[in-house]
Design a binder for this molecule. Structure first.
Ligand code: ZN
Length: 449
């Protein structure tokens, strides 16, 4: 082929090619339109919870004896309905008391599912990543799930729940539940293997032991998640009266040497709470208290128990720890304020439905109020230190520029998007300003914002 091009006047060439250019530009436009991204429809594949019973009883068997590696090894059996082709299992995401989607999914590893001893295929839901779709072969009657919950071993990884001396087992971190049911409608029988010689405390009922394995009576999944375990090799408990028990684990045995007057203050707390609320709405209650500077800090309320961490010297240097003794009154009052009675939009039927935090200031603010009142009345804290706390909080709020743009109610959404981490310009940003300002708002009959 002759490569020498025939010379043409540039203007003539342009005129000659005009229709071609026009055709090109039209087709280019069409191509651009054709290649513009189009949204992929989101299809909901996980059913909403309904208030109907899940058939059968799950078993949940947790080996919590490997406190050196900080690993909870789980075997869970989930019955399935006859003829089902798929089982959708959820990992708890929206956690009561955390007030947000704080489920520790990234600490769930080694997940495998079996039917009749053979591995079966599973897929994570592409949209709801806390959901596992497990494919069922014909005739499947139950699924066995095996996985590990890896407790952080440094605080940079998250809250440490295992040390060589104690553990804090939270069921929602190491169990799955079938989608589509209110969690109170799902039955489960829990078993835990502890290190040899350790003692466990929990609000769960019907404990039996065989060696270092403890089993509890069948309960529902909602009660299970609301009934964590504290266990340790250094353990002591005290009867506070009215079916309330103070269960304490400690880094060192000598830290368990509480004096009678220390226990008397805790007994007075129980008495004052009953006088304040008019009745006990629970059959028994377990304070779970860790005296430790190794395990992660916690103050978490439950209906019949609470998880608490104080300094190792909370008893042995009682006089120096008064500032920190508001924790147990706060968490105990929560059994009434927040658990027995709760703002409706904060109650959810499972751990998938989002919580709505606009009334979190009543949940936490009212509880902060009663925690302060009960601490002073019982002697857990002196009247002066409680009044001093109130004065410090109120004084701080007078200098808080964030009040100009955010209400206390709006800070109830903070746990959903701020993950309780420190913020720059905190006084302008506001934080979870629903504890102390909530208290002030309660005390001032709603007029504080
Ligand atoms: Zn609280």
């Amino acid at each position: 082929m002759n490569c020498v091009m025939k010379k043409t006047h540039p203007l003539k060439a342009l005129v000659a090619s005009a229709p071609l250019l026009l055709a090109l530009s039209v087709s280019t436009l069409a191509m651009a339109q054709n290649s513009a991204p189009v949204a992929v429809p989101i299809t909901q594949t996980v059913p909403d919870a309904r208030d109907v019973a899940y058939p059968g009883t799950m078993t949940l068997d947790i080996d919590a004896s490997d406190v050196v590696r900080g690993a909870y090894r789980v075997t869970q059996t989930i019955p399935v309905a006859a003829g089902a082709k798929e089982l959708i299992l959820l990992y708890p995401q929206w956690l009561p008391g955390n007030h947000g989607p704080r489920g520790t999914l990234s600490e769930l590893v080694g997940v495998q599912f079996y039917v009749d001893g053979k591995p079966v295929e599973w897929k994570r839901d592409r949209v709801e990543v806390f959901a596992f779709h497990v494919m069922l072969p014909a005739g499947a009657k139950e699924v066995v799930a095996r996985f590990i919950h890896t407790s952080p071993i440094t605080s940079a990884e998250g809250r440490i729940t295992m040390t060589p001396e104690m553990l804090n087992l939270q069921w929602e971190k190491m169990s799955l539940y079938p989608a589509g049911h209110y969690v109170r409608q799902i039955k489960v029988k829990p078993t835990v293997t502890l290190p040899q010689g350790w003692t466990a405390a929990t609000a769960l009922d019907g404990m039996t032991t065989a060696g270092n394995r403890a089993t509890w009576a069948v309960t529902d999944y909602e009660t299970l998640v609301d009934s964590p375990i504290f266990a340790g090799k250094n353990f002591r408990k005290w009867d506070l009266g009215q079916n309330v028990t103070l269960n304490v684990v400690a880094d060192k045995a000598e830290h368990l040497e509480a004096k009678p007057e220390h226990i008397d203050a805790h007994k007075a707390l129980v008495t004052e709470a009953k006088l304040a609320f008019g009745a006990n709405h629970i059959d028994h209650y377990e304070f779970l208290l860790a005296l430790s500077d190794k395990i992660g800090g916690i103050g978490l309320e439950h209906h019949r128990s609470s998880e608490n961490q104080l300094e190792p010297e909370a008893f042995t240097e009682w006089g120096k720890q008064e500032w920190d003794r508001n924790l147990l009154p706060h968490e105990y009052a929560h059994s009434w304020s927040g658990k027995f009675r709760r703002p409706s939009r904060l109650w959810t039927p499972d751990y998938r439905q989002p919580m709505q935090g606009d009334l979190l200031w009543t949940y936490e603010g009212q509880d902060q109020f009663w925690g302060a009142v009960l601490a002073a009345r019982s002697g857990m804290q002196g009247k002066d230190i409680v009044l001093g706390m109130l004065a410090a909080w109120a004084g701080g709020f007078t200098q808080q520029p964030g009040r100009d743009w955010r209400s206390v109610e709006d800070t109830g959404f903070d746990p959903v998007f701020a993950s309780r981490k420190p913020k720059p310009f905190a006084s302008l940003a506001r934080n979870e300003d629903l504890y102390d300002p909530g208290l002030v708002k309660i005390a001032l009959n709603g007029s504080f914002c």
